[in-house]
Design a protein around this ligand. Sequence first.
Ligand SMILES: [Zn+2]
Ligand SMILES: [Zn+2]
Length: 127
Amino acid sequence: MINSMEKDMNCYFHEKVTARTTCIACGKALCSECLVEIDGSAACRGECEKTVKKLKAIIYREEASSLKYRPFITTLLLLATGLYLCSLGYNSESLLNFNFTLGALLFAIGIINLISNVMSLLLVRDN
Ligand SMILES: [Zn+2]
Ligand SMILES: [Zn+2]
């Protein structure tokens, strides 16, 4: 959230009003009347506000696109580890051995994981 300023610092636009914070775009001291809060950051109204909003939008877009596919790495790991353990256990006389059971379990979790990831991707796309 917004950091509080030293007591004797006054607003850039209002000489007699104590500043609450500084603009993250230009560094001017701002009172609560002059600042605009954008996702926990403060900026001047007007140009700085636009700049900060634009920057935040770019950051969010990048975060969203990298987050979108990150869950699939976990899914792939689960499926791959599951298959590997299954193949280790498959050669044994009984399929009810530790490797195969664990592998099948991981594979099943991987499938559930995949389905829920695909579902959430589809839901995001609908919005
Ligand atoms: Zn500013
Ligand atoms: Zn002010």
